[in-house]
Design a protein around this ligand. Structure first.
Ligand code: SAH
Length: 342
């Protein structure tokens, strides 16, 4: 395991040869621990309603200019069936923190998706009560994604104001999810105004400490309708290269984790971002299966890649990109595999 000092040095590294050595090492560790299969997860953006006031996020409650939508159960089921038809092994149900996605709604939806498609179900619905998390798990939800966004508590409090008295911290939520039997995923944004290299090193150490099954990383992308949108960037650039460093280092500290090549990376480099992340530690892609009419409205940041392609077109494009790397499309649910020795 890399030490904090070594992580910090690599996070600050700018020498191209040394960076290439880091990227190659991450690619080797990826190949040795999770193989050459690239797992596809169909992303269903269920609702863009949100009661939270996150300083970075375009679907925050205070953005009154955004047209809001929430899928009906039938619409969501149709997306899951499309994901199944395209050969994906998992669907990810993501949304803002929407109180109308009630325990009953989510439980029924998960039950039906499991029954009618047999796919693995990942939830990404923000912070929820223990009773909700228990009910979703009992209905068959397999995994939960909740990024802690930054391990710097003061920075997190600034960009993610708590809501009322519900001060659930995200790390406790992740520990609870693990206890309930979920595979757990988290991650951070790279280049948040006010973020430090030293906090990124702590983020990596926390990924390892939590033994995350999934880690999602993307550059922070300013949204003009948010308080953080105009803030000057700090010492960490929100660049493509900085994000690849985090992807590669995440692979080194969490060799068995499923790591997506995210849409935010594809947004900063539409031509080759997906491929570069897959060559520097990532092994998962999350193609969007949200109906095109809703996709543009799930605008967490501007200029999101792949918002106009149909799910089918997305599938073809990704399959080509994956084949061009000499990698294979994953089959089955693509769960985290634990090695016996650990
Ligand atoms: N409400 C859910 C899902 C949020 S969207 C939740 O809070 O967990 C999923 C992820 O998008 C967030 O965790 C965040 O890391 C990322 N995101 C949001 N706004 C962003 C921005 N402006 N730039 C880059 N990533 C952003």
């Amino acid at each position: 395991m890399l030490t904090r000092a070594e992580l910090l040095e690599l996070l600050r590294e700018t020498d191209p040869a040394r960076l290439n050595a880091l990227f190659d090492r991450a690619d080797q560790v990826r190949s040795a621990h999770v193989g050459d299969e690239v797992h596809l997860r169909g992303l269903i953006e269920l609702s863009n309603h949100c009661v939270r006031m996150c300083g970075y996020c375009g679907i925050r409650a205070a953005n009154s200019e955004l047209v809001r939508y929430r899928m009906s159960e039938e619409e969501a089921i149709a997306c899951a069936k499309e994901a199944r038809a395209l050969g994906y092994g998992t669907v990810v149900l993501q949304a803002g923190e929407d109180p109308k996605l009630t325990r009953e709604y989510v439980t029924k939806l998960v039950t039906r998706i499991k029954l009618e498609t047999g796919l693995a179900v990942t939830l990404s619905l923000g912070e929820r009560d223990e009773e909700d998390l228990r009910a979703f798990r009992a209905a068959g939800a397999d995994r939960y994604l909740l990024r802690f966004e930054t391990s710097d508590a003061a920075l997190f409090a600034r960009i993610h104001p708590p809501r009322g008295d519900a001060t659930r911290d995200r790390v406790s939520q992740l520990r609870l999810m693990r206890k309930l039997g979920y595979e757990i995923g988290s991650g951070v944004m790279v280049g948040i105004p006010g973020q430090s290299f030293s906090s990124l090193a702590d983020d990596l150490l926390l990924f390892a400490k939590l033994d995350l099954d999934m880690v999602g990383l993307g550059p922070y992308l300013p949204h003009p309708k948010t308080p953080l949108g105009e803030a000057p960037l700090g010492e960490v650039p929100n660049s493509e290269e900085m994000t690849y460093k985090m992807v590669a280092l995440t692979r080194l500290v969490c060799p068995e984790a499923n790591i997506p090549s995210t849409t935010a990376i594809a947004t900063v480099n539409r031509a080759t971002g997906r491929e570069l992340a897959l060559s520097r530690g990532a092994n998962v892609v999350m193609p969007n299966v949200t109906p095109v009419a809703y996709r543009a409205l799930y605008e967490i940041y501007p200029g999101k890649a792949c918002i106009n392609e149909t799910a089918e077109a997305c599938q073809g494009c990704l399959a080509r990109r994956i084949a061009s790397l000499g990698r294979k499309l994953g089959e089955g649910p693509g769960s985290r595999q634990r090695s016996r020795s650990r």
